[in-house]
Design a protein around this ligand. Structure first.
Ligand code: GUN
Length: 293
């Protein structure tokens, strides 16, 4: 029987810590952390994410600047806005909600964001810097922006007392947003990491050797209960909507629960952590700025 990792509670705890530190930074240095969020178009899921980011900012005492643009906004106009935000001293973090409408080149927009304000950690400069990380504990001293979801996965493991050093970690999925970065982070925590994907041979057997499983493939209940070793920690990044309208993860939760020592639910596991880590990155960006003053 597993212990459920309560992502909602851990995210609240992080938000409280950030909220306190935002006020402290403001009192001590006069720098008041600010986050700009850009939403292009009316994608309903994106609208919910952006709304939740605004609420989280408020809870964390972070100034929030929302920019909602119509779906037919040109790439040039979007990049012009990014440029304005790059030059706005009240803005310490810029997040452009993805996906963008088809006529806009996402890579061009992500490249236009000042790497010093890239709280998503998607700019190639920050991805490159990330590759030089040796120790997880160096993230703050390096002023490194990590992508929020993988960062959140590692915080869940840390705050649940899961030992990563020497553990066999199996990551299922190789995306740029989750699979690749979470693998690098687990390595920085001294885990031995295996990255699996759709062409991996004998996947169930590979997963059976894992002390830590991170599932990030986007296939409902793909990881079966009997793939989970007794005592393993399971982090489920999947958010899949079933025909019934219910959300479920990439792991067969009920079956995995029997074998795992720790497991994240969906919803209420990794999801709330993504926004909490965005708040943490925004605070770090403002802190970086305060050190330059
Ligand atoms: N869309 C879904 N997740 C994310 C995220 O973490 N950042 C951005 N910018 N867009 C997203």
């Amino acid at each position: 029987m597993a212990e459920k990792i309560d992502g909602k509670a851990i995210a609240m705890q992080i938000r409280e810590e950030v909220g306190r530190d935002v006020l402290k930074l403001k009192e001590e240095t006069g720098v008041h952390a600010g986050l700009a969020v850009i939403l292009v178009g009316e994608d309903p899921a994106s609208q919910v994410y952006v709304k939740n980011k605004g609420i989280a900012c408020e809870k964390c005492n972070i100034n929030s600047f929302e920019h909602k643009l119509p779906a037919d906004t040109t790439e040039d106009d979007l990049i012009k806005l990014v440029d304005e935000l790059n030059n706005d001293p009240k803005v310490h973090g810029i997040l452009c909600q993805l996906p963008l409408p088809k006529h806009i080149d996402e890579n061009k927009v992500l490249l236009a964001i000042d790497p010093a304000k890239d709280v998503d950690g998607f700019h190639p400069m920050n991805v490159g810097k990330f590759m030089t990380l040796k120790k997880y504990s160096d993230i703050s001293s390096m002023g490194l922006f990590l992508p929020c979801t993988p960062y959140g996965c590692c915080e869940l493991l840390d705050r649940s007392g899961v030992e990563c050093s020497g553990a066999n970690a199996v990551v299922i999925g190789r995306s740029n947003i989750v699979g690749k970065p979470v693998s690098m982070l687990l390595m920085s925590k001294n885990a031995t990491v295996t990255i699996c994907h759709s062409r991996t041979k004998n996947l169930p057997d590979v997963v059976r050797g894992a002390d830590i499983i991170v599932a990030a493939i986007g296939v409902p209940r793909f990881v079966k209960g009997d793939w989970v070793k007794k005592g393993a920690a399971v982090i489920d990044v999947g958010v899949n909507r079933l025909d019934t309208g219910k959300l479920c993860g990439d792991v067969d939760y009920d079956a995995a629960f029997e074998n795992a020592a720790y497991i994240t639910p969906v919803p209420g596991g990794v999801g709330p952590m993504t926004i909490a880590m965005l708040m943490k990155n925004t605070l770090m960006s403002a802190t970086n700025v305060s050190k330059l003053k």
